[in-house]
Design a protein around this ligand. Structure first.
Ligand SMILES: Cc1cc2nc3c(=O)[nH]c(=O)nc-3n(C[C@H](O)[C@H](O)[C@H](O)COP(=O)(O)OP(=O)(O)OC[C@H]3O[C@@H](n4cnc5c(N)ncnc54)[C@H](O)[C@@H]3O)c2cc1C
Length: 385
């Protein structure tokens, strides 16, 4: 049964979660308004993978064709050692079979631009940093840093890993440092016909390469550090030195990277929380379940969130939809946070003896074991939770 929708919804945070939710809620007829703390809405942070589950979620939202048109199709994903010798190849055929769609990579700026183009500009307010909210009898009042107060029927908190909204309900839920920093950039592809993602694990850190459209390559480097508050003066020069003995394409890519394009940040997640729904407020995306990027699933989970919420809202009123949403999303998103954190520790080992042992084990494990995290994630359709 499709119930008519007309309530007012404030969406706080215009990242992938907030923008996708705004598109979906507008289509269902809600009166939507998006608030973003930054001056401008844009995708920061080079590229990212959109695995088949995310593409399936976009299909439920009727956005898949347009999203795929700005994506690069990834045929394979491999993990290699520092010399470029394969340790493990992902079973992409099986992934494809589960969702009947492929894995892709996209430039964040391109995805943001596309999502933004689907929302009427007068529905979005920038320079609006939420600092507080109060649940009243039949409304939610939200307060911004500029002193402005506004009332809505419901609020969606999509304000990312540092979510102010989450911390109003869970004051202790701060981002957790995972023990490594990540540097990222985009360069022109130095190797034609590179269609696969390669992650290289060595004793100087982890280096990932993912081809994008328009002959671009997105790269990332993760290096262990005790300094969660800042790795001083670690720029391109240091990265080039760090990875100089890795297989050829890595030094090549670092040489092609311009200083102005380098982004770095500590890798964090949040400890799983037991609720995403609080009366008239719902958390989605990183605000609810930020994960380390080791499984490339943070944004994919945010898009799944929106598809599941749409499914619920088509059948139920807001409150019931949010209750069911929470039931359907907790287990899967907790699994990702936990598995991804462990995967990061495994991948980030920098002791040579442990590296050799790990690589030997991975190369010799039966596929059923080495592909298990992926199988758990991708063989069960997220709509069936
Ligand atoms: C190195 C790295 C690589 C990654 N790779 C992948 C990948 O390959 N695939 C994948 O699926 N995911 C990946 N991720 C995860 C992915 O980036 C996130 O899960 C995703 O961007 C989360 O989207 P979001 O909209 O929930 O949050 P964000 O993108 O963080 O958006 C939150 C928005 O809220 C705004 N905001 C914050 N506070 C307030 C406030 N108080 N008031 C108003 N607005 C506010 C922010 O300015 C921001 O625009 C990666 C993450 C990292 C760090």
């Amino acid at each position: 049964m499709n119930l008519p929708k007309s309530e007012s919804i404030a969406i706080v945070g215009a990242g992938i979660a907030g923008l996708t939710a705004a598109i979906m809620l507008e289509k269902l007829g809600f009166d939507v308004r998006v608030f973003e703390s930054a001056e401008e809405i844009r995708g920061i942070g080079a590229g990212m993978g959109l695995a088949s589950n995310a593409i399936k979620a976009f299909e439920y939202l009727n956005l898949d064709e347009e999203v795929i048109s700005i994506c690069n199709h990834l045929k394979d994903f491999e993990i290699s050692d520092a010399k470029g010798k394969i340790i493990i190849s992902a079973d992409t055929k099986r992934i494809k079979q589960s969702y009947n769609t492929d894995n892709f990579a996209v430039h964040r700026a391109d995805l943001h631009k596309l999502l933004l183009s689907k929302i009427r500009p007068d529905k979005i307010e920038t320079n609006k940093k939420l600092i507080d909210l109060r649940i009243l009898n039949e409304k939610v009042e939200i307060e911004f840093e500029d002193g402005n107060l506004r009332e809505f029927d419901f609020v969606i908190g999509s304000d990312g890993v540092n979510s102010q909204i989450r911390q109003l309900f869970y004051p202790k839920s701060k981002p957790r440092y995972a023990g490594y920093w990540c540097w990222r950039g985009v360069v022109e592809n130095p190797k034609e016909n590179l269609h696969k993602s390669i992650e290289t694990w060595g004793n100087k850190g982890r280096f990932g390469i993912t081809p994008l459209t328009e002959n671009r390559i997105y790269w990332y480097a993760c290096i262990g550090s005790n300094l969660k508050d800042g790795v001083p003066e670690f720029g391109l020069k240091e990265l080039r030195k760090q990875f100089k003995n890795y297989h050829q394409i890595i030094p090549e890519i670092l040489n092609l990277t311009a200083k102005k394009d380098l982004i770095s940040n500590p890798i964090v997640d949040i400890k799983p929380i037991s609720r995403y729904h609080f009366d008239r407020v719902l958390l989605i995306g990183d605000a609810a379940h930020a994960t380390t990027p080791n499984m490339g699933q943070g944004a994919c989970m945010a898009i799944e969130d929106v598809a599941v919420l749409q499914d619920e809202l088509r059948k139920n009123d807001w409150q019931m939809a949010c209750e069911n949403f929470e039931k359907r999303r907790l287990k899967r998103t907790h699994y990702i946070i936990k598995t991804s954190r462990i995967a990061g520790k495994f991948a980030q080992v920098e002791n040579q003896f442990l590296i050799s042992t790990r690589n030997y084990l991975l190369r010799n494990l039966p596929d059923t074991l080495s592909q298990r995290p992926l199988k758990q994630l991708l063989e069960k359709d997220f709509m069936e939770y």
